[in-house]
Design a protein around this ligand. Structure first.
Ligand code: EPU
Length: 420
């Protein structure tokens, strides 16, 4: 298994380009199933999770043609779709595989999708996806670990989500675009990735309004065409590099990002004493001599993203005071805290909150990545620590960060990947 070794102490400087967003690319790729026409998707990040969805597409009989040199372009040809099953071995590798549920029911009138099991960061049920699809008229049964769904043609309806679930909103939206009549989703997720999916679906001929607000309205259409769409920049990758500048007292220009999508991260980093400039598609972060302690509470967009909580915890470990980070989205997303403690961080977990007493420095240690964002936080901690940090189970990072060590190396970091 591969490990990453980071030798800390270098102030990162320079510019870095942000890749396409994993969490926008996954639902948009799933949406290509809604038609038999070809779709052309640009700026698709080269990530393990994206490879997993291609594997799933191949099992479904869908052709995937990657043209890496041309704008990270992928052509999806779903005309050969000949299966409606998302099997266990792929769903267990990536929960987001269940994003094909809505599109398969809408296009084929049936889907058989392995029921996602537990996850390192929380229980992550999909009851709200299923409730929404049932309200649209799908018959849903559970058998031998699989969700069996069927419907003649889905019928538009009013769906009020108890929790603004991101992939739940996306699954329901994708099912509803081909339903008969109007669907109204109340309390949907407002994340930029949901807005981007609605734009992509509208470019296929769907009629969706209100994405990004508290009510989404979808007027069902009878068919959709292929799309030609470019994936939005990854706001979590952008935020991670912003923290990299802050934690190393560096100076990084983060290019090809959408500053509005990282507003909340910018605000918290300014509170922590960082100097931040913004342009139309870039953010420049300069680390100060001190890191001020700030409290953070994760919440659905436009609040502080749970996907940036672990990275901010690494930063707060080095603050000049006491900060409290409260995680409100997932019930078990503090695994990185125990690894940060191995590096000398002073963190106490109390239910959904972590109390972090800043220390003057961290020291390199052998640590283990437990999930995607936890791995990012350990790399960040390693960048600032004294000595070498050896991070195992690094395959988690490849699920969501494209060439992270190359990008960090370009900023001066001493980082290498080795076989463990
Ligand atoms: N929830 C339910 N029932 C449901 C669905 C969700 O109770 O049917 C709960 C979850 O257990 C959680 C909360 O609702 O407590 C919010 O979960 P949500 O459904 O919004 O999360 P998700 O759609 O499974 C996406 C991202 C995650 C990101 C979360 C929150 C994708 C592919 N994944 O997950 O990304 O953390 O939204 O913003 O879009 C990551 O990239 O590292 C990652 C985990």
């Amino acid at each position: 298994m591969e490990e990453i070794i980071v030798t800390g102490g270098v102030r990162l400087k320079g510019s870095v380009k942000i890749s396409g967003a994993k969490n926008a690319a996954l639902p948009i790729l799933a949406a290509t199933i809604l038609t038999s026409e070809k779709s052309r998707i640009k700026n698709v990040p080269k990530l393990e999770d994206i490879r997993t969805i291609y594997k799933l597409f191949k099992r479904l009989g869908i052709m995937v043609e990657e043209d890496g040199d041309r704008d990270r372009e992928v052509v999806i040809d779903p005309s050969t779709l000949n299966s409606s099953e998302a099997p266990y071995d792929l769903v267990k590798t990536m929960r987001a595989s269940c994003l094909v549920l809505g599109p398969l029911i809408a296009r084929l009138g049936r889907a058989r999708v392995s029921f996602p099991g537990g996850c390192a960061i929380g229980a992550r049920p999909i009851d709200l996806h299923l409730k929404g699809l049932k309200s649209l008229g799908a018959e849903i049964g559970l058998e031998s670990g699989y969700i069996n769904a069927s419907a003649q043609r889905l019928k538009g309806t009013n769906i009020c989500l108890d929790i603004p679930t991101v992939t739940g909103t996306e699954n329901i939206m994708m099912a509803a675009v081909l339903a008969e009549g109007e669907t109204i989703i109340e309390n949907p997720a407002c994340e930029p990735e949901v807005v981007s999916l609605s734009e992509a679906l509208n470019s296929m001929g769907a009629s969706i309004s209100g994405a990004g607000t508290r009510i989404i309205k979808i007027k069902g259409v009878t068919e959709l065409k292929g799309m030609d769409y470019s994936i939005i920049p990854d706001r979590v990758e952008a935020g991670t590099f912003m923290v990299a500048a802050a934690i190393t007292q560096g100076d990084i220009k983060i290019e090809d990002c959408i500053p509005e999508h990282v507003d909340h991260i910018i605000a918290r980093l300014r509170d922590a004493g960082m100097f931040i400039e913004e342009g139309e598609d870039w953010v420049r972060v300069k680390g100060g001599h001190k890191i001020r302690a700030v409290d953070i509470r994760t919440s659905p967009y436009p609040g502080f993203p749970t996907d940036m909580q672990a990275q901010m915890m690494a930063l707060m470990s080095l603050s000049d005071g006491l900060s409290v980070i409260t995680e409100t989205i997932f019930e078990n997303r503090f695994m990185h805290a125990l690894e940060l403690k191995r590096m000398g961080a002073d963190i106490t977990i109390d239910g959904h909150s972590a109390v972090i007493r800043g220390v003057p420095s961290l020291s390199g240690a052998q640590v283990m990545a437990t999930d995607l964002r936890a791995s990012a936080s350990l790399i960040l901690a390693g960048l600032s620590a004294k000595g070498d940090t050896i991070i195992s189970r690094i395959y988690h990072i490849d699920r969501g960060y494209e060439c992270i060590e190359k990008k960090l190396e370009g900023l001066g970091a001493k980082i290498k990947r080795v076989r463990g």
